[in-house]
Design a binder for this molecule. Sequence first.
Ligand code: FMN
Length: 186
Amino acid sequence: MKILGIRGSPRRGGNSDVLLEWFLSSGFSDAEILTPSQLHIQFCRGCRYCEAMGKCVIQDDMAVVVEKLLAADRVVVSTPVFFYGLPAPFKALVDRAQVLWARRYLFKENMKPKKGFLLAVGATRGERLFEGVVLTIKYFFDAFRCSYEGGLFFRGFDALASIRECHTCQEETRASGRFFLRGEDA
Ligand SMILES: Cc1cc2nc3c(=O)[nH]c(=O)nc-3n(C[C@H](O)[C@H](O)[C@H](O)COP(=O)(O)O)c2cc1C
């Protein structure tokens, strides 16, 4: 089973990195990790070339990302909330997934089914804190036939890796990881 993790934050060793580390720690150490902020992914130009041709007009690291998204059986996204949405480097990757949406829905490509899970963290505590992130990730997943299986959401963490002090967060995240990655067919 191919497991792909995506680190949404541009801050290394921060709260969302810790969450992903816990989630993937259930013995499935062969997970591959993508870090959008360390890749060369240009912004989507909205040119619609992909909708006409089934491929992107821009040549950069997104070509490899597309192959990894399509090959995965499980995709785990871990991200902080930035202004009620995704950090810009990760949002750039999501926008560039429009080529996958075009391949799936316009070119009727028969993609392998996958399962996706979301981990998200923010500093404040509002009830609607994660609504923007959840919607964006649900539709990102859908572009490459990845079903949204659920998420874990953590409020009130801001300082670097401060979530490490939350033992219930760790237990909950590890348990969810074990369940999600338990190895049955996609
Ligand atoms: C540019 C920026 C925007 C942010 N916007 C929000 C926000 O809208 N709501 C919120 O609760 N926290 C916000 N935060 C705080 C982060 O979500 C929080 O610090 C999180 O724990 C960072 O995760 P990380 O350590 O994985 O980067 C923002 C932080 C930054 C740097």
